[in-house]
Ligand binder design. Sequence first.
Ligand SMILES: [Zn+2]
Length: 467
Amino acid sequence: MTDRILIRNATVLTQDDALGEMAGADVLVDGDRIAEVGRGLSADGAKVIEADGDIVIPGFVDTHRHTWETSIRTSAPDYTLGAYFGAILDKFAPNYRPDDVYAGNLWGALECLNAGITTLVDWSHIMNTPDHADAALKGLRESGIRSVFAFGFPNTSIQDWWFGPDYAGSVERIDADDARRVRRELSDDDGLITMALATRGTNFCKEDVVRFEWELAKELGVNITVHVAMDRFGYTKMQLRRLKEMDLLYPNTTYIHSSHLLPDEWQLVQDSGGNVSLAPQIELQMGHGWAPAVTASSLGIPVGLSSDVATTASADQFTQMHAIFASERARKHQDAWEEDLDGNTPTPDLLNSRQVLRWATLEGAMVAGVGDRTGSITPGKKADIVIIDTKAVNVSPVIDPVGAVVCAADVSNVKTVLVDGRIVKDDFKLAADLTAPRQAVEASRDYLVGKFGDPEPGWLTAPAAVG
Ligand SMILES: [Zn+2]
């Protein structure tokens, strides 16, 4: 049978508490599902992938990426969050054509697959027309990735966007009719592409807009994903407290960044059954604040990692794992330094590598709302699987396999990737032909940069003062 695949003799980091970490183990895939995990499984006619000594993990989950921005990758390496709002969102986004959204989404989703990200939450605040929505979906579909299409708001005017004519004053609403149309198209909540609603919340919109969008999510029966408590743009107005007052704390809502939530607001996230998506590389680099993964985790709040924007940092989960591991430990070490702990006393309560891998996979799936079907190598779940090469010069020799994935490996070591039981990357090579998608995204870049205005070198850092 051609729809059965046996991955043989690997170290399998299942992320399933009952199965744990298994050396010399096999994973049997039957159709779109994981059928069995164990030692010495029979191939029985299945296609065999010899993974001798390699490491098998569940596919990574990127819980928040503005995939459309892939067309303008690296346009803003030195930006702060404020500069980003002024240039990327106010000057690039209104010029986006449906073709640009398609090109960015397809290329970004292929980038994900290449990096072992098998589930992507596409935070799509580029719904300028219904054609833009269709183009975004077309890009996701053609890539073959599992995705949550987080339908957002239009971004067509500098005057009335996140901030509107006055701070927290946007009156522009999500196009409800088009959201309903897309929801009918994505009506299968077990499908490869499911739907969420990407909203702005109380720090960016008039309250009647907030209520309208939250109630729309309820009507559509989809989860909400919203940026909160980032730098000063979500701090001064206490977004979570306000949502509580408005009775809009829905379960399974994803609170992105959450860098400056106050203790009582963390309690609101926990009590309402919310979760967080943290983009540590971006948060540290652009000034959102610390990525408070340990705070969330200590409250039992699911933590997902995310890449956010390709304009400013690399957008793979190895980068996010390194950033969260280093920054959360750095904060504890700093506390220990300030408490003047004896040099022989280890810093207490340090984050460990296994927790980091869990956030990048299983908890990410929970945050994306697909934890029931992916995020772990569990029989019965969808076969979203990654094989990491352990022979590579930057990975071998392996002593601790989790250390190998979290601390040593990078995108170049992602050898084989399965999504929904289909091999999308085999022996380091994507199944997709990259030529046409690359030409499309490069043409999109040329168009968008041309529309931006000033052609001088360094022009992109000019519009909003950096630093
Ligand atoms: Zn974001």
